[in-house]
Design a protein around this ligand. Structure first.
Ligand SMILES: NC(=O)c1ccc[n+]([C@@H]2O[C@H](COP(=O)([O-])OP(=O)(O)OC[C@H]3O[C@@H](n4cnc5c(N)ncnc54)[C@H](OP(=O)(O)O)[C@@H]3O)[C@@H](O)[C@H]2O)c1
Length: 261
């Protein structure tokens, strides 16, 4: 069981919690969940650099009190992640367990910007958020499928992209991702072939691909119905071949190159 603490949501002024709230927010979550401890307590957004250690102290205290079995971060840059890991280990003897990071087959920046390498080196589990690209990677919006209203889904850039000195919220909100339906079709064709070969679905291929990127990668897909939960969980029941994994990666890379993304 996992939960998160947010110090402030930019779109909700009522969530401007101070560092003191790290503990009280968890207490309220434990009450609502009717448990004594959560397996994972995460900090949702990276605090300002000058306040980072104070928040890490408060997060570490939840492990020491036994109310959290482990702690994780979310949307942290590689630099923040490395600092947090070292600080928690050296000052508190607490091992940072996880990092929620924007990562999916259409958003592969963590492979390129050092985030996955850092997690692997430190033994931190990566929890890819939006692993189905807000439903795009289920294939439902591909050519011939459902129309997606508006300009198409905005793929969350994730803070793995933001570098020291760059505003997290600016990075998060910039560069909305266009839904290139026609251009993405070769990728969906490959996904469809792989899905058929394993008696699976396109969504399962997207999740299976993430799982295959690294043993320490555990995608956290969202679901709107019990059948979506069951179907997504079934991504664990088969494994794509190395050739299929590479074919997907190469097809995505070719599309990205042709779109100059
Ligand atoms: N750390 C952060 O800042 C952050 C930010 C965003 C999200 N997250 C986390 O990331 C996780 C996933 O986020 P998400 O749900 O927004 O994105 P997602 O996993 O990429 O997309 C999930 C959506 O895809 C559709 N879907 C899921 N399974 C399907 C299936 N088997 N067949 C067909 N459609 C399917 C559903 O929408 P429809 O049925 O409506 O199409 C579902 O809501 C959540 O745990 C969320 O809390 C974290």
């Amino acid at each position: 069981m996992a939960t998160k603490f947010t110090q402030a949501k930019p779109y909700d002024p009522n969530t401007n919690f101070s560092v003191k709230a790290v503990g009280t927010v968890l207490d309220r979550s434990l009450q609502r969940l009717q448990v004594d401890a959560v397996d994972l307590y995460q900090i949702h957004y990276p605090p300002a650099r000058r306040r980072l250690d104070t928040y890490l102290d408060a997060m570490a205290a939840t492990v020491k009190s036994g109310k959290a079995k482990a702690i994780g971060v979310s949307n942290f840059s590689t630099d923040y992640l490395r600092h947090s890991y070292t600080y928690l280990q050296s000052v508190h003897g607490v091992t940072l367990a996880s990092n929620q990071v924007g990562f999916n087959l259409l958003h592969r920046h963590p492979e390129r910007n050092g985030m996955l390498a850092a997690c692997r080196e430190l033994g931190v589990t990566s929890l890819p958020i939006l692993p189905l690209a807000e439903g795009v990677l289920t294939g439902k919006f591909r050519v011939g499928g459902q129309e997606h209203g508006g300009q198409g889904p905005t793929l969350f850039r994730g803070a793995s992209l933001f570098e020291p000195g760059e505003s997290f919220f600016k990075a998060m909100r910039s560069k909305p991702y266009e839904m290139h339906r026609e251009e993405l079709e070769p990728l969906f064709e490959v996904m469809d072939q792989i899905a058929r070969a394993h008696d699976g679905t396109i969504a399962q291929v997207a999740l299976n691909w993430l799982i295959n990127t690294d043993p320490l990668v555990i995608p956290i897909p969202g679901a709107k119905s019990p059948s979506q939960v069951k179907s997504n969980a079934a991504a664990l029941s088969w494994t794509m071949t190395a050739e299929e994994f590479s074919r997907l990666a190469e097809t995505e890379a070719a599309i990205r190159r042709s779109l100059r993304l």
